[in-house]
Design a binder for this molecule. Structure first.
Ligand SMILES: [Zn+2]
Length: 296
């Protein structure tokens, strides 16, 4: 880290409604994704759709942007036909009028216009829902993830291009570059968002070809790793278990790297997008940091 004073004022999490998914989606499962998708009869309890909100001195940064409420109010939001069937079997959303991204930001005391940068862990529907509000911000996505949009059958892979490639968005497609920071090994490449070491994007492909995580480091505070959908339950990740969606080999590699980082940073808080325990983990990490800060 290249800063002596903390460039981050606040970190919060909001959830844009809730989602129920299949237990096989959380994993672990030996079943092929399309097998469980079309045969599962059960849903999990409602889980969050988290947006992490970091107030950095260079502006408010979002990690993911949640699910658009239009997906539950506009019958034309999802594709029809077989693609539509896939989406309806994959997840059930509930998003009330006060559970939108704008409402959540307002509750925290921010305006949508305060958002300077939104980092998108990956381009699935429940991470890109805030894009229509963010024409004024930089939208950061990995180049590999962006390139996956033009591969065949995007909708079947969870990529609704009509809700992603909106006119007027300022996309910044980033590729991992060598990091001159041996403390991040086994991660050797990444993208230092503001060049101060406080917010570092790390490649954790597997759930999708270009999935990103974001490491948040502050002097005197426990580090945080926002992992998107690399896991749906940080305890399963710690046990080396994989979720039921994605490239298993890549996910195994990414999970092993995250767990190796945890060995070196024992107080690292792993924060997933749909982990019911994530908000409590964040609160505990912030409280520990506050105590350390007060004591130190
Ligand atoms: Zn996803």
């Amino acid at each position: 880290m290249t800063f002596s004073t903390d460039p981050i004022k606040n970190i919060s999490v909001i959830s844009t409604g809730s989602v129920a998914i299949r237990p096989e989606h959380v994993g672990p499962t030996w079943k092929n994704t399309y097998v469980w998708l079309f045969t599962s009869t059960r849903w999990t309890a409602a889980r969050p759709i988290n947006v992490y909100v970091i107030e950095h001195r260079d502006g408010v940064v979002l990690f993911d942007t949640g699910q658009d409420r239009a997906s539950v109010t506009d019958p034309a939001y999802f594709p029809g036909g077989l693609n539509g069937l896939v989406y309806s079997r994959l997840a059930k959303f509930e998003i009330g009028p006060t559970e939108t991204l704008a409402a959540g930001l307002s509750e925290l005391g921010y305006r949508v216009q305060d958002v300077n940068t939104a980092v998108i862990s990956h381009l699935h529907q429940d991470h890109i829902g805030g894009l229509p509000l963010l024409g004024h911000a930089d939208i950061v996505v990995s180049r590999d993830e962006w390139n996956s949009l033009s591969a065949p059958l995007p909708e079947m892979r969870g990529l609704m291009r009509s809700h992603i490639e909106l006119p007027g968005l300022n996309w910044k497609r980033v590729a991992p570059e060598p990091l001159a920071d041996p403390t991040l090994a086994p991660f050797t490449d990444g993208h230092d968002l503001f060049g101060d070491g406080s917010l570092v994007l790390l490649p954790t492909a597997g759930h999708t070809p270009g999935s990103l995580s974001m490491l948040v480091r502050r002097p005197g505070h426990a580090p945080l790793l926002m992992v998107g959908d690399l896991t749906y339950d940080a305890d399963l990740l710690f046990a080396g278990e994989l979720p039921g969606v994605g490239d298993k080999k890549q996910m195994r590699d990414a999970v092993a790297k995250v767990n190796a980082l945890r060995q070196k940073m024992p107080d690292l808080a792993v924060l997933a997008a749909h982990d019911p325990a994530a908000a409590d983990r964040l609160a505990a990490a912030l409280a520990t940091g506050a105590v350390a800060h007060a004591a130190g």
